[in-house]
Write a protein that binds this ligand. Structure first.
Ligand SMILES: NC(=O)c1ccc[n+]([C@@H]2O[C@H](COP(=O)([O-])OP(=O)(O)OC[C@H]3O[C@@H](n4cnc5c(N)ncnc54)[C@H](OP(=O)(O)O)[C@@H]3O)[C@@H](O)[C@H]2O)c1
Length: 323
């Protein structure tokens, strides 16, 4: 019997790699788009179990509609994961962030309509949820909360703006065309890396382990495991009742408490020495993933995520082995 064929955009990235590994293990035939199939940074994909029979790599930039159409042709499901995630601030937000995120999403969705795709799962972010100064301060943020685009502009939160615009557009496209689109909004993603280059969210944890900074901001963060996000994306695809947006965020913890937790497990790393005043999660007190849990989603403990992250950094030679 022909295996169910799905496409994953941005295949070589941190999250997409785990998603592809999971899809292959579940017997899917996967079309993965990458910017350069011959680039060493995508080599890990070919080593996944069942990759030789069931994984095809397609060259496609998000701004290249024709190549996206070729990658999506014949697929009944699409996971749109690709979007720029810069480790630091960018010089030209419109060109480096907004255009690839927004035009890229529009290109992917149009290609899906052309190929009669059954469902598209779009990876958004809690950055598209948590920057809303008008949300009541005493209320946990849920899927009805959207980041305020004007607020993102005035505070120069360009990544958040790119994700808010791209996700908003995906939902609007679904409403006007009838294409079945489900969006998933993960928080800070940590956990082991499968790819050889360090992605932006892993860099946040790596900096805490090795930069030995004097003082850092004491931000409240919500951490979710990269493997749990992969499960959430597949759930959002496979469950017929899945609809609309899903926040995918688990452990809420301040930077200070995170460092305390890490140093109780790994005492020898070069941790930050002091912390600023406690800050909110975006403009609020937190988010809930209750809707996703009702769909059947389960998640790992924070300890497991942190230990598996650190061990993967050790294995890759990114931190000292005896940390
Ligand atoms: N990591 C997090 O904490 C986090 C949290 C919430 C949401 N997300 C979302 O999760 C998704 C994956 O992020 P990640 O953490 O896995 O980061 P990542 O490793 O940097 O992956 C991003 C992927 O997008 C691709 N990409 C960027 N611009 C592109 C373009 N113009 N054309 C084609 N491909 C392009 C990158 O390709 P190249 O390798 O060629 O650059 C890469 O494969 C993104 O949508 C991100 O917004 C991430």
């Amino acid at each position: 019997m022909e295996k169910e064929r799905v496409c994953v955009t941005g295949g070589g990235g941190y999250q997409a790699s785990w998603l592809i590994k999971l899809l292959l293990s579940k017997g899917y035939m996967v079309h993965a788009t990458v910017r350069d199939p011959n680039d060493e940074k995508n080599a890990h994909l070919k080593k996944f179990e069942k990759a030789s029979e069931n994984l095809l790599l397609f060259k496609a930039d998000l701004l290249d509609y024709d190549n996206l159409c070729s990658a999506i042709a014949g697929c009944i499901g699409v996971f749109h994961v690709a979007s720029p995630v810069p480790p630091t601030s960018v010089q030209n937000p419109e060109v480096e962030l907004i255009e690839p995120a927004v035009t890229g999403t529009s290109n992917v969705l149009k290609a899906c309509s052309l190929s009669n795709v059954k469902r598209v799962v779009v990876v958004s972010s809690i950055a598209a949820v948590i920057l809303n100064p008008n949300w009541p301060k005493d209320r946990i943020m849920d899927e009805s909360c959207w980041s305020d685009k004007e607020y993102c502009k005035t505070t120069e939160k360009w990544y958040a703006l790119s994700k808010t615009e791209a996700e908003g557009q995906a939902i609007e496209y679904s409403e006007t065309t009838g294409l079945d689109v489900v969006t998933v909004c993960p928080s800070l993603i940590l956990g082991p890396m499968l790819q050889s280059t360090v992605n932006a969210s892993s860099l946040i944890l790596l900096k805490l382990l090795k930069d030995g900074l004097d003082t850092i901001e004491n931000k409240l963060r919500a951490i979710v495991d990269v493997r749990d996000v992969a499960e959430a994306l597949v759930l959002a695809y496979e469950k017929t009742e899945a609809k609309g947006r899903y926040i995918c965020a688990t452990h809420m913890i301040t930077a200070k408490d995170l460092v305390n937790k890490l140093s109780s497990i790994y005492p020898s790393f070069d941790y930050p020495k002091s912390f600023g005043p406690e800050e909110e999660l975006g403009t609020g007190k937190g988010v809930t993933s209750e809707k996703l849990q009702k769909l059947g989603w389960e998640y790992k403990t924070l300890e497991e995520t942190l230990v598996d992250s650190v061990e993967s950094y050790k294995e890759a030679g990114l931190v000292i082995k005896h940390g």
